[in-house]
Design a protein around this ligand. Sequence first.
Ligand code: SF4
Length: 325
Amino acid sequence: MLKVNYLASGGIITNYKCSSKCRHCSYSSSPKWPDNYMTPFIADEIFSILKSLGCHSVHIGGGEPLLKPDKIMDVLIAARRNKTSIEYIETNASWYTDEESAKAVLKELKSHGVHTLLISIDPYHNEYIPFWKVKALIQACSKANVKVFPWQIEFWGDLDVMDDRIPHSLDEYIRLFGQDYPLKLVNRYGLNLKGRALETYKPMMKKQPFERILEGSMSCRLLSGIYHFHVDLYGSFIPQSCPGFSIPLRELAHGADPDKYRIIYSLESAGIIGLVELAKNEYGYIPKTEYAGKCDLCYDIRNYLVLELGLELPDLKPEGHYKYI
Ligand code: SF4
């Protein structure tokens, strides 16, 4: 059985749609995603299952959760109904237009038990969102008595040397800070090289022979991340560091059938070698000679199954993760 018995702390993805298409986004969020948001019904189900597994507080992320602020209020009401507290809401500040309207949103969030916003501050977001919006939202939070969790404050200086009225491309940052700037960001940011982040950095990664990758295969432990897992708007559990996989939380709590979720089971039991065998034997996957590591191989197989074969596999959801890269 694929089962989790305990979850400590995680996040709720209320929508995958985003105003931006950041290069570091491991969820592959973008404006292209359908305009779907978590419903109160799903929110109720998620919060009550999470509580039964020991998780009494969550953060909210996306996509951009405040893309349409009114869509999130019902989720917050559901959280309160289920006695689940909201640690913070992540936001990229793109929705900020003026102080009055921002304060009105903040006031409503506060009335629903939200007291902290995590506000994105980094060069990836700055390709889409001018820094003045971030600064102005921080100021509005201060006036509305909402705490700010600046993510990440270490990039403030980098962004602040640019004209804050307009967005700036990574090329501009390279011209200013050097050719190795994007590569240095991997460690400075602590990037999870999955989804679009892997696409961005793959050309800069060292290739390894296919056979050598298999030699090091071990369980990917997709169900072991209990401190920063996510549950999305479809009620699916998203493993801590590997988006693009999903199992309905309600099934996982009772024990999901490994025969139904064979992709996840292969990675959970044998690791990448298990997925390669499954893909070769059942789906006709032909490996290349080399990849930029095991996760590149994993994505190559998943892209083949979802995009090339067009398969509707229950554990490779949502398809948008692969389509909107
Ligand atoms: S091989 Fe796949 S499942 Fe394993 S860590 Fe990499 S992306 Fe995640």
